[in-house]
Design a protein around this ligand. Structure first.
Ligand code: WTA
Length: 652
């Protein structure tokens, strides 16, 4: 038996791009072919051409890729530019009155910002930050609800060369403190509160708590009035946004920065509990945001784009704050949850705003799928023309539901693989070019040299699972881990003489060359010498008609190495007693039939939900502890649904 990861999932459904989509697409098959060819023949020239064409430079660059300090790579190093200028100013002449952001609050209030409005709001806030002494390179932490002002705050930082670090509004005061202290921020931007699920989340209270226990570098806190809840404003430190900006001019000269100037930090979890401050640079990041907005999301001037991600995650950075604006698109920003007043809210918003391109996460699709087909069928979704997913592998059943019930079997689906570290989509369909297949993120984009290799770095053949690597540096790659360059090297470049970027995912390619992500490397189980991707077992479980969602983890086993534990959420109520025993038997046989006896879960537990982070990621580390029967000592306060932990432990 080789050490390759075995694959057991087979998918025969294929969906070529619809003709009418191809006819209007920005990137047609011949264009894509030319791009792949150029990247193959002249890799650096390929990126330089794009950087000249897609970015408005203050001073053009002459250097393409600088790899003299590998594994630190730098791009377009002698060029000078500003990201906010590229997202706003350059559109003013042609699109000054075009809506840039259509905001909708959870309670239904709306406000539209044109590109001119954005220029004014960003300018005023940029000037206010400068008045407070914020200079190029200073860090500003943003802790806000999902409102247009969050985008404005990020753009204002970019405008004056400050480095923003957005902390998701669902994080606790402790989590906020860790990120504040690690980033060394001297100014914070927050709001009194935001509304989610009908409740006001008091962000400012968390800020006060975090600042009480932090190292104390923060000098000023700008507070946006949103929810109207009571807040304590501390003299000298806290100032209302509307007061700080009242006297400021709309015009704020951009800080012209070198291409490599840090644009932002974004903290993400790694294999240890301590979050990593992923640092991105300006021009390279922007370049991949622009081209993927054009190539993958096919954004045209008349599109209404909606990426449902919160700005607290990388998806909200690249496909809310930077990508859509950099190409002059109109987009929706929504404050609340998808289930208020009911699970039809998103579909109603798609109808009411005429959304044409919609991008969300598999976990949301599964949740809305569980609410039934009735809801989407009540709304007119005929304007939709392209759908996307991101964040985890999408199980084929959810893909088909999305395709049929939301996309009306008419819209291509772009399943986009990427990471906080990669900055932008890496492996994803080109919607007018790629034949998609449910569950696969398909092929690397032009200029992205991805491969599946074994521990020795050798490319693996079809259907052999291995390590997903990127073999050449690309412009929007992370530059380092803030304050911890050692961790940058040891996490991303530990193997293959530091030549390949290690994504930390396992993957395989099918005989057509499509990539299938099998999960994080540490999610791979080893059962009796067979390495199995947890995702495949999960997909098999979810394919059973009674199952809504499943998560699979390994538990150490004396004989088999690992045994398989499955946490399952049914579409009906959580079963107990004999009913539960019967269901366990059914599902074990089902998996056995679908993948093979080797993948049969040894233990199946039912609950009302899975423990998830606020961004919807299943907390696998926690599930592994539960499976082992360990006491839970880690902080579970950032969980979306704390109560299910006791159920999964069998205590409730
Ligand atoms: C997973 C989110 C399968 C993967 C942009 C990756 C995916 C991690 C996909 C990054 C996809 C993301 N198919 N798996 N389309 N997209 N992932 O940093 O394991 O929050 O390494 O970035 O999510 O998560 P992150």
């Amino acid at each position: 038996m080789s050490d390759n990861i075995e694959s057991a999932l087979h998918e025969d459904r294929h969906f070529p791009p619809p003709d009418d989509f191809v006819a209007k697409a920005r990137l047609k098959p011949a264009d894509a072919e030319a791009l792949y060819k150029k990247a193959d023949e002249d890799y650096e020239g390929f990126w330089c051409d794009l950087a000249r064409e897609k970015i408005s430079w203050k001073k053009e660059f002459s250097v393409g890729l600088d790899d003299s300090r590998a594994p630190h790579f730098a791009w377009f190093t002698d060029g000078v530019m500003n990201v906010s200028y590229n997202c706003i100013d350059r559109h003013l002449e042609q699109r000054g009155d075009k809506p840039a952001i259509i905001f909708e609050g959870e309670s239904g209030d709306t406000r539209t910002y044109t590109y001119r409005d954005l220029y004014n709001e960003v300018g005023k806030l940029g000037n206010a930050l400068r008045s407070m002494g914020v200079q190029k390179g200073d860090r500003v932490v943003i802790y806000m609800p999902m409102i247009a002002e969050a985008v404005i705050a990020m753009q204002a930082c970019a405008r004056i060369g400050a480095i923003h670090s957005v902390v998701f509004g669902g994080f606790s005061a402790d989590a906020l403190r860790d990120r504040l202290d690690n980033s060394g921020a001297k100014v914070m931007i927050t709001a009194d509160g935001g509304t989610r699920g009908g409740r006001v989340v008091s962000l400012k209270k968390n800020v006060d708590k975090a600042l009480d226990i932090s190292e104390g570098l923060v000098e000023k806190v700008i507070v946006c009035k949103r929810a109207g809840n009571d807040v304590d404003m501390k003299d000298d430190r806290d100032v209302w946004w509307h007061i700080a900006t009242a006297e400021e001019s709309n015009d704020c000269e951009p800080e012209w920065v070198e291409a490599e100037h840090p644009l932002f930090l974004l903290y993400t979890s790694g294999s240890t509990g301590k979050p990593k401050g992923i640092q991105h640079a300006s021009a390279g990041y922007l370049l991949n945001a622009v081209i993927t907005s054009e190539w993958v999301f096919d954004l045209h001037d008349d599109d209404i784009f909606w990426c449902t991600a919160d700005v607290g995650w990388i998806t909200g950075h690249t496909y809310v704050t930077y990508g859509p604006l950099s190409v002059g698109a109109t987009q929706i920003v929504y404050e609340g949850v998808p289930t208020v007043p009911d699970a039809g809210r998103w579909w109603q918003m798609c109808q009411d705003h005429g959304v044409t391109v919609f991008y969300t996460a598999p976990t949301a699709i599964r949740a809305l799928m569980k609410a039934g087909d009735e809801l989407p069928s009540q709304y007119d979704l005929s304007k939709l023309r392209l759908l996307g997913t991101v964040g985890e592998p999408i199980n084929p059943e959810a893909w088909m539901w999305y395709h049929e019930k939301i996309g009306g079997e008419r819209c291509p689906i772009v399943d986009t693989w990427w990471q906080t570290e990669t900055g932008a989509n890496m492996i994803a369909p080109l919607p007018a070019v790629t034949t998609t297949t449910p569950g696969s993120c398909t092929r690397p984009l032009p200029g992205i040299i991805a491969d599946v290799v074994n521990e020795e770095g050798e490319s693996l053949g079809p259907d052999q699972g291995g390590l997903l690597v990127i073999k050449k540096p690309w412009p929007s790659m992370l530059r380092t881990v803030w304050q911890d360059d050692k961790r940058y090297k040891s996490t991303y470049w530990p193997k293959f003489d530091g030549k390949y970027y290690l994504a930390g995912d396992s993957a395989r390619r099918d005989p057509d060359g499509n990539f299938w992500i099998m999960g994080r490397i540490d999610d791979v189980l080893n059962v009796s010498g067979h390495r199995l991707g947890t995702m495949e077992i999960e997909s098999a479980l979810v394919a059973h008609e009674a199952v809504a969602e499943a998560a699979v983890v390994g538990r150490p086993h004396d004989v088999k190495g690992e045994s398989i534990v499955a946490f399952v959420i049914l579409k009906s109520d959580r079963p107990t007693g004999a009913e539960a025993d019967e269901m366990v038997k059914t599902l074990r046989n089902w998996v056995s039939d679908h993948i093979g006896p080797i993948a049969k879960p040894d233990d199946i537990r039912f609950a009302d939900g899975l423990p998830k982070t606020r961004s919807g990621k299943i907390m696998r580390r926690l599930l592994r502890s539960i499976a082992k029967g360990e006491e839970i000592t880690s902080d579970i306060s950032t969980l979306e649904n704390e109560g299910v932990v006791a159920q999964l432990q069998g205590k409730a």
